[in-house]
Design a protein around this ligand. Structure first.
Ligand code: PEP
Length: 254
């Protein structure tokens, strides 16, 4: 059985107190309403991580993650945060390769391969994001883009390391736009990703890799998306900033 995960990406939202109060609501609702068959992960800004990790203690099915980590272990990189630092405050996950980081911070597959190595070395679980832009989809290049993001970003990993990853398919045209990939479009790419993993490693690794969908996922469209055979949960942006919406998405796996 693959792990079902609903991960929230708060992006650069919420001050310290706002973040703590939203997380407190999420934990309470999760405790009262979720069956615990699923894993919830909140990826917050760095400033919240330590406090959220403390609040999540005792809740096995609620974890905390960062949204980025530097590729170096430590050093003169003013303003950056290392994987070791993130791990040391109690975070378990880190989003790597989000399209906003690729677009606004020029993160390449090559750089992301290094970030993935460093995150894994420090015992963080990467949620590795891949996905095509609208232009690429319209040019019918989406399969090639996915293929190269996997090949250059994570397929250098040994099988035992790759098995620690969560993959998130996030079509860039669906992120924060209110436009969701149809369940057929999402399933088609998720099945393709799984096929690529099987070809690179083996069927058993492919069958046990959790692959999330991200892109304007909400409580209305989540049931149909998550019912697809190769969709194992979601990476949720906007809707993760509302406790009710986030928990309703989590509850699709009850
Ligand atoms: C995201 O940022 O990963 C995301 C999926 O955002 P949204 O749900 O707002 O489209």
């Amino acid at each position: 059985m693959r792990k079902k995960i609903v991960a929230g990406n708060w992006k650069m939202n919420l001050d310290y107190n706002e973040g703590l109060s939203l997380f407190s609501e999420i934990i309470n609702m999760f405790k009262d309403e979720a069956t615990g068959k699923q894993q919830a992960v909140i990826c917050s800004p760095f400033i919240h991580l330590h406090s959220l990790a403390q609040m999540a203690r005792g809740y096995n099915n609620v974890a905390v993650g960062a949204q980025n980590a530097h590729q170096a272990e430590s050093g003169a990189y003013t303003g950056e945060t290392s994987a070791k630092m993130i791990k040391s405050v109690g975070a378990a996950y880190v989003i790597l390769g989000h399209s906003e980081r690729r677009q606004y911070f020029g993160e390449s597959n090559e750089l992301l391969a290094k970030k993935t190595d460093t995150a894994l070395k420090n015992d963080l679980k990467p949620i590795f994001c891949i996905g095509e832009t609208l232009q690429e989809r319209e040019a019918n290049q989406h399969f090639d883009i996915i293929k190269s993001q996997l090949a250059e970003g994570v397929f250098h990993l040994a099988e035992t390391e790759f098995a620690k990853l969560v993959i998130a398919y996030e079509p860039v045209w669906a992120i924060g736009t209110g436009v969701t990939a149809s369940s057929e479009q999402a399933q088609e790419i998720h099945a393709f990703i799984r096929k690529e993993i099987a070809a690179k490693y083996n069927q058993q690794v492919a069958d046990s890799t959790t692959i999330l969908y991200g892109g304007s996922c909400n409580p209305k469209n989540a049931p149909e998306l998550f019912a697809q055979p190769d969709i194992d949960g979601g990476l949720i942006g906007g809707a993760s900033l509302k406790s009710r919406d986030f928990i309703d998405i989590v509850k699709v796996f009850n």
